[in-house]
Design a protein around this ligand. Structure first.
Ligand SMILES: Cc1cc2nc3c(=O)[nH]c(=O)nc-3n(C[C@H](O)[C@H](O)[C@H](O)COP(=O)(O)OP(=O)(O)OC[C@H]3O[C@@H](n4cnc5c(N)ncnc54)[C@H](O)[C@@H]3O)c2cc1C
Length: 388
């Protein structure tokens, strides 16, 4: 019997496997695909997300180092610039392969081409049903992404309406840009997008346009992303679309995060940000929390430390996501009401607020601190807006 079985070897699965194997546990990772496998993603890795890895990324994985966020609407733009880095861009195939290699180096075993179909947690073990037969473990980490059937059965389905669709349009382009560009869309365009914007991430010799929305067809999403790419190209030079992919993004947690000896992680738990659809930060944070509580449960030969995972996720992921979602919705309303760029300029001119927003991306500020900074800056910003 294995100490821990991990279903899925994306960032949440392979990071948790590496952390547990490093602490001496026998870890088996089961992956239905073969690495390097394709993952539909824009490849923006916030500094906040990198912190959970606990090691610097090798330079060969870094496509671009980003130091600013640029808000754009039509011909107008406002930049929030930081002294340090706020994010890196990466290619998911290479990044995920590196994380898997680290888990294997730490002593975990990877079996590829194996689909996990279900699991039953009873007494002192979990019996896992796979396409290659049955496996037994003392704990199961379910880290097999947004479409996890295993999570549906063990932890309950994500709440209705909480699954959005993410689109990523990859392009060749010449931009020597070091900013993450957020192209604001009108909130009265009838699209339920999260947030009402397209994000553009520059890469080594290209860029990726990302768009997240609910109930919007693929054709309409593709058109929004193509328009954003055209607007980017008009300011930065040539840009040619290469390919587009779509994949679901879960914006709300499952009813349960732990069932018996089974824990839900990352997208399989429903941990993407309801503000932006960004998911790598919480995927990797949940991996750290899961590894900590499973390690303790294995040492104490007792399942009760697993409940700490629920507390850690509630305090550091769900509570923060709830605040970020509420702040995001209100910012969207304000952008619609007062004119996006006037408000953005007023915000960019407020050093405390800028510092708080940059801090959210780097992990130096919590969503709570950003909400507090936004509320206290609002009267100053509205006064400034009224004067001009
Ligand atoms: C279009 C788009 C753009 C995005 N852009 C960003 C971004 O720029 N920045 C960001 O932070 N986040 C972004 N995200 C979100 C991010 O991709 C996810 O939050 C992140 O990949 C979650 O990691 P994970 O390890 O939980 O799951 P995944 O990365 O989905 O990994 C799950 C793994 O499980 C395997 N698997 C699936 N089913 C089974 C099974 N039954 N048995 C065994 N293995 C299985 C899969 O093959 C995969 O390897 C984006 C998402 C989309 C759709």
């Amino acid at each position: 019997m294995h100490d821990v079985i991990v279903s899925g070897s994306g960032p949440s699965g392979s990071l948790s496997a590496a952390l547990l194997a490093t602490r001496g546990h026998d870890v088996l990772m089961l992956e239905e695909a073969h690495h390097p496998r394709k993952k539909c993603c824009a490849g923006g890795l916030l500094v906040r997300a990198q912190r959970s890895i606990g090691a610097p990324l090798p330079e060969r994985l870094v496509e671009r180092r980003l130091k600013a966020v640029r808000l754009v609407r039509g011909k107008e733009s406002v930049e929030l610039r930081s002294d340090g880095e706020i994010a890196l861009t990466i290619r998911r195939e290479r990044f995920d392969q590196w994380l898997v290699d680290r888990a294997i180096e730490a002593g975990a075993t990877l079996r590829e081409g194996v689909e996990v179909r279900g699991a039953v947690s009873s007494g002192k073990k979990v019996v896992v049903e796979t396409s290659g037969g049955m496996e037994e473990g003392r704990a199961l980490l379910v880290a097999d992404g947004a479409l996890s059937k295993c999570s549906d059965r063990l932890f309950g389905k994500c709440p209705p309406g909480s699954i959005a669709m993410g689109g990523a349009l990859e392009a060749d382009c010449d931009a020597a840009d070091d900013a993450m560009e957020i192209q604001l869309l009108s909130t009265s365009n009838g699209l339920d997008s999260i947030p009402p914007a397209c994000a553009i991430f520059p890469k080594g010799s290209g860029c990726t346009v990302s768009f997240v929305a609910r109930g919007v067809g693929g054709g309409r999403m593709q058109k929004v992303m193509k328009d954003a790419l055209e607007a980017y190209a008009a300011r930065h030079g040539r840009a040619e679309a290469v390919n587009t992919c779509f994949h679901p993004i879960p914006l709300a947690p499952r009813p349960r995060l732990v069932t018996g000896r089974c824990l839900a992680l990352g997208d399989a738990a429903g941990f993407a940000s309801p503000f932006s659809g960004e998911g790598l930060s919480n995927a990797m944070l949940s991996a750290v929390f899961a590894a900590d509580s499973v390690h303790r449960a294995l040492l104490e030969k007792n399942v009760s430390p697993l409940s700490r995972y629920i507390d850690d996720c509630h305090d550091n992921i769900l509570h923060q996501s709830e605040i970020a979602g509420t702040v995001g919705r209100n910012i969207s309303r304000l952008l619609n009401r007062h004119g996006a760029m006037r408000l953005a300029r007023a915000a960019a001119g407020d050093s405390r607020l800028t510092e708080a927003y940059i801090g959210l991306l780097t992990g130096d500020a919590s969503a709570e601190e950003v909400a507090t900074a936004s509320l206290s800056a609002l009267p100053r910003m509205l006064m400034r807006l009224r004067r001009h």
